[in-house]
Design a protein around this ligand. Structure first.
Ligand SMILES: [Zn+2]
Length: 504
């Protein structure tokens, strides 16, 4: 368990009251107050990737949403135990391995590393535990045995199936009706199950596939059972929050509940959270349509924090539409934030403005941010309060409404500290402003084919013209640069330039 220090506010006051965080529980379809089973501690389990390929930006959105949930719970002083699994035994992995000629476990291990690299690039925190199926066969076999012993599962020619009719409240999460579910379902030729809705807990070994010994003969686990076995191992038979993408509700999460509650006789997850879909300019992303955008490819085009900003600017439960334009807009917004921070840092860093009152009520933005986040992790609302915070920073640096420089300095300092606190929750503004802005410029220069040497030469000409008080010539250079898509800014620290946003 990670040790989270009690968060302090800038006035040195610890949070003394337990946080009142409400979240939408898919099980009850209502917002509920989060009341962890053990006060002050929260167990979180998120269904992780099946590691047979690169993850796409829809997966990235889901994992970013839960990354922020975990960060925020910790910010609020809760001890979080965060588990996200790797499905490294699966039909898709076996199929992909047959194509590349690798052993399935090798291919899966390779994509685990790729997943780690890609998610690290997106500033996702590493979970406390990342269990893999291939390391948990004893736990998986034990829970299947328990289900067989209790009459909830049956062996059939080397397979083991869960008997859906043995579970009275099956489908309570998706609220589906069993009769409807049965329509069109048939036991397929070659399947050894009794009823069409029964699902495999264990699959008998087929030639050339990875297999483990079991009481039912050699084979491998079905997909759903791993999450029941691994969540119980790391979080207990009952834990607080179970999360995943919306399309996992049926059948995956439904089957997890059926397995765990039938085996253990207690409530499985106390709160269910599901992240909405991401589509591609209105069309569903799918491998068969060939319109899947990999996270890795998206990150060559856009800054990771801009991608996070794009995800977080919409509430996690709402659908989100991905497009190049939306990404470009997110990056322009991040550029505005970082330009503001650069200006503020130039003004206040290394200076002591003494103790004393602040101008206006700068703390209100952070209070608003927390209120939004307390309301079902509303990052969209939280980012809205940041607009006010950055607006106040700009006003205080560009045209301060008061003359008292120490007062302005202290207020800017307080606002900058609040940005740091937001940063640790959202995973934004983690970079030094200069470094971020330079990277953004380099990417834009490459995309637009701008000749940097030519820009530097013209800037030198303009500096010389200004020194000679030839302002007409200086303005001509500015216009010439503007035509090339370059915007120049004169600051107290000297002249800088950036690539102007594309019009339209
Ligand atoms: Zn799962």
């Amino acid at each position: 368990m990670r040790d989270t220090p009690t968060p302090m506010d800038p006035r040195g006051l610890p949070h003394v009251t337990p946080p009142a965080i409400r979240l939408f529980n898919t099980m009850t379809m209502q917002k509920e107050l989060l009341q962890p089973a053990i006060p002050g501690e929260v167990g979180v389990y998120v269904c992780g990737p099946t590691v047979y390929s690169y993850i796409h930006i829809g997966n990235a959105r889901t994992f970013t949403s839960f990354d922020v949930v975990v960060r925020y719970l910790r910010h609020r002083g809760l001890k979080v135990r965060y588990v996200r699994n790797f499905t490294d035994v699966d039909d898709k992995i076996i199929k992909a391995a047959a194509e590349t000629g690798e052993a399935p476990v090798e291919l899966a291990a390779r994509y685990v590393e790729i997943f780690r690299e890609d998610t690290r690039a997106l500033h996702l925190l590493e979970p406390d535990f990342s269990p893999r199926v291939s390391d948990h066969l004893p736990e998986i076999i034990a829970i299947i045995q328990k289900l067989v012993d209790k009459g909830h599962a049956y062996a059939s020619q080397g397979d083991v199936y869960f008997s859906v009719s043995s579970d009275e409240d099956y489908a309570k999460l998706s609220k589906r009706n069993l009769d409807e579910l049965c329509v069109g379902e048939r036991v397929q030729p070659g399947e050894q199950k009794r009823e069409p809705l029964d699902f495999a807990l264990w699959k008998a070994a087929k030639p050339g596939e990875p297999a483990w010994e079991s009481p039912w003969g050699p084979g491998r686990p079905g997909w759903h059972i791993e999450c029941s076995a691994m969540s119980a191992k790391y979080l207990g038979e009952t834990f607080d929050i179970h999360g995943g993408a919306l399309d996992l509700i049926f059948p995956h999460h439904e089957n997890e509940i059926a397995q765990s509650e039938s085996a253990n006789g207690v409530t499985f997850a106390r709160y269910w959270m599901h992240c909405g879909f991401l589509d591609l300019e209105g069309a569903k992303m799918s491998k068969s349509l060939g319109n899947v955008v990999r996270l890795r490819d998206a990150l060559t085009k856009v800054d990771p924090e801009a991608l996070r900003f794009f995800f977080l600017a919409t509430h996690y439960r709402h659908p989100l539409s991905f497009s190049d334009k939306a990404l470009a807009d997110a990056e322009t917004r991040m550029e505005y934030f970082y330009e503001t921070l650069r200006k503020v840092d130039e003004r206040i860093s290394g200076k002591d403005f003494g103790k004393g009152p602040l101008h206006g009520d700068p703390q209100r933005f952070f209070t608003e941010f927390e209120s939004a986040m307390d309301d079902d992790f509303n990052t969209a609302g939280g980012l809205g309060s940041l607009s006010g915070l950055f607006g106040m920073m700009n006003e205080l640096t560009d045209k301060p409404p008061v003359k008292d420089k120490a007062l302005v300095g202290r207020t800017l300092h307080a606002l900058r500290e609040d940005v740091r606190r937001v940063s640790s929750v959202l995973g934004l503004f983690e970079d030094a402003p200069d470094a971020w802005l330079l990277r953004r410029r380099e990417r834009a220069v490459r995309e637009r084919g701008i000749d940097v040497a030519e820009v530097e030469r013209l800037l030198g000409e303009r500096t010389a013209a200004r020194a000679a008080k030839d302002f007409a010539a200086a303005d001509r250079v500015r216009s010439e640069l503007k035509e090339k898509g370059v915007e120049i800014m004169d600051t107290p620290a000297g002249t800088t330039w950036k690539v102007a946003p594309l019009q339209g």
